[in-house]
Design a protein around this ligand. Structure first.
Ligand code: ATP
Length: 320
């Protein structure tokens, strides 16, 4: 129904965007610009953030967190001001849209905060798409991807979804063919690991060990072959994460989580990105569910997910 003439008609666009697991993550040495080059295979998994963007008749951007969130919002340190990644995404979209309005963003958080699964990046990707629809910005998918890259290295992937190879700082993405599903159990932690600290720890460990890391040039083709066919056994042999030992150095309990997972039927385990989420690979959905159940008996928070799943998608568009 249309609002009566002269009355502001609020509209809500709701978008969901997936979190990711790095199936492989190779990290080069610290560059003079303070970044590290990476070569990574990203996999979008079925754990989604949701952003509901509602147009407002007062200018400006406001952010709130939905009580439907499944992460512990009291424990998490999520800014609601201009430093929130969703806020930044809306601000960028307002700059490039001719007919922007004020907007309220309500975020439903399900991806663990500072968990190495790109939850904040998923919020940014969802917000880009929601504001694009709300303000009819007319941007192409490529232009949105470009704006996503300005917001953060993991944002373009949450927009794209599926599986992809990421080079550069992770933002130079090439989609990978991965039609078959793989099944994972995510063990989330009730604390976060700040990504910059994990990278600094890796640099320190390498220096202490006299290790000269090489610039990563590409990803192991066997990873892509295993993902394409959904061959979990082959994939288990090629999972790699250069950040893992730095994450374990900062949070030694991760070693126990990996051990418990592997002794309860996981065919391999890996810290996801900078951690502390651990991703355990299972043979099939039934094995994943039973592994998750076993891990809950240890008091661990375990979720079974699958991937690849599509990137950010509009799930509803309502005129209020
Ligand atoms: P990545 O793997 O991309 O480094 P992450 O999943 O480890 O990210 P996030 O949950 O994205 O970590 O957030 C890391 C930090 O960013 C948080 O501790 C928080 O202070 C800040 N932040 C900014 N915007 C958000 C947001 N929308 N959601 C969560 N955290 C946010």
């Amino acid at each position: 129904m249309n609002a009566p003439a002269g009355r502001f008609a609020a509209r809500t666009v709701r978008v969901k965007a997936p979190g990711k697991v790095n199936v492989s993550l190779e990290v080069g040495p610290l560059r003079p610009d303070g970044y590290h080059s990476v070569a990574s295979v990203y996999l979008a998994v079925s754990l989604y953030e949701e952003v509901a963007a509602t147009s407002t008749d007062t200018p400006g951007i406001t952010v709130s967190l939905s009580p439907e969130s499944t992460v512990d919002l009291d424990a998490a340190d999520i800014p609601l001001d201009g430093s929130n990644l969703a806020y930044k995404a809306a601000a960028i979209m307002a700059d490039v849209s001719e007919r922007s309005t004020g907007v309220h963003l309500e975020i439903t958080k399900r991806v663990p905060v500072a968990g190495g699964m790109g939850g904040g990046s998923a919020d940014a990707a969802a917000t880009l798409l929601a504001c694009d629809a709300l303000w009819n910005s007319g941007l192409s998918r490529e232009e949105l991807a470009h704006l996503a890259g300005e917001l953060g290295a993991d944002v373009p992937f949450s927009l794209l979804g599926g599986a992809a190879v990421g080079l550069g700082v992770g933002d130079e993405l090439s989609p990978a063919l991965a039609k078959a599903q793989t099944y994972w159990v995510l063990v989330t932690a009730d604390y976060g690991l700040p990504t910059p600290e994990v990278y600094r720890t890796l640099d320190r460990l390498r220096e202490a060990g006299g290790v000269q890391a090489a610039e990563p040039v590409g990803v192991d083709p066997q990873i892509l072959t295993a993902l394409r066919s959904g061959d979990a056994e082959a994939l288990s042999r090629v999972l790699v994460n250069d950040l893992q030992r730095a994450s374990i150095e900062l949070a030694p309990a991760l070693r126990d989580t990996l051990g418990i997972g592997e002794s309860h039927g996981a065919i391999a385990g890996i810290v996801s990105g900078s951690g502390p989420t651990v991703a355990l690979l299972a043979d099939d959905p039934v094995a994943a569910e039973s592994l998750a159940e076993d891990l809950r008996h240890y008091g661990l928070t375990a979720l079974s997910v699958h991937g690849p799943v599509p990137g950010a998608r509009i799930i509803s568009d309502t005129l209020l």
